[in-house]
Design a protein around this ligand. Sequence first.
Ligand code: B1M
Length: 211
Amino acid sequence: MSEILVQLSEAIIDGNVEDIVDLTEEALDDGIPAQEVLNKGLMAGMDHVGAEFKAGNMFVPEVLRSAKAMQASMDLLRPILAEAGVKHTGKLLLGTVKGDLHDIGKNLVGMMAEGAGFEVKDLGKDITPDQFVSAIKEYQPDVIGMSALLTTTMRVMGHTIKALEEAGLRDRVKVIVGGAPVTQEFANQIGADGYAPNAASAAELARKLVS
Ligand code: B1M
């Protein structure tokens, strides 16, 4: 693997917010496609961070610095990935559910969906079922995407779908769900229209659902 991708991965692990922008620019200048910078540099680093966090070798402040570094690099990649897309596929409303502050995966889904031509409205994180309902009324999306990274918050996806039903909105939107603990089986259980294991397949799924 290219040395610059290794350096990018290390910058994520070290939470090196200072150097990551230069390294990202260098990788792009070297002609490495944005998608490869994301997958083989940033995501590879974040996988390592996840494993170390789980093993108790890294702690929340360090993980937060890694997340910051990831966001800084993603800010550069976002427009490039989006440019590749065909415009006007549909509207996607995105959010991480109530009680959950993990937003990196959700942000990636947004980037990939922009790349697939969606107009993306990102509500952010810690989004209540009521906030989803209000945003659907205001924004009129074709698809809503919910992300959850905690086993304790994934059930909020089901609550949100119930809230859509109660508000009479369920038939107006397709609902897709994802995040590390989420499975196809869980998506079926809560009545979602689809589940995607990663950001690229989420964008593809959303596209399929609107076509
Ligand atoms: Co948290 N955290 N965290 N954390 N954190 C996990 C998720 C955990 C698995 C770590 C571990 O123990 N191994 C664990 C959850 C355990 C569980 O519930 N089973 C955990 C925990 C326990 C916690 C806290 C409770 C820790 C604490 O305070 N004691 C706390 C909870 C805070 C809260 O949310 N209320 C917490 C806090 C944090 C930070 C704030 C420090 C930080 C988040 C910063 C941020 O997001 N801005 C953080 C991080 C960074 C992680 C890990 C290390 C990395 C997550 C990540 O960004 N991965 C994570 C361990 C891990 O995942 N290996 C962990 C990279 C990202 C690209 O992947 O988000 O999975 P991911 O997204 C993927 C797919 O899941 C999918 O696409 C992406 C890839 O293409 N996807 C979708 C995601 N959303 C989708 C939506 C879709 C479709 C696909 O459709 C709409």
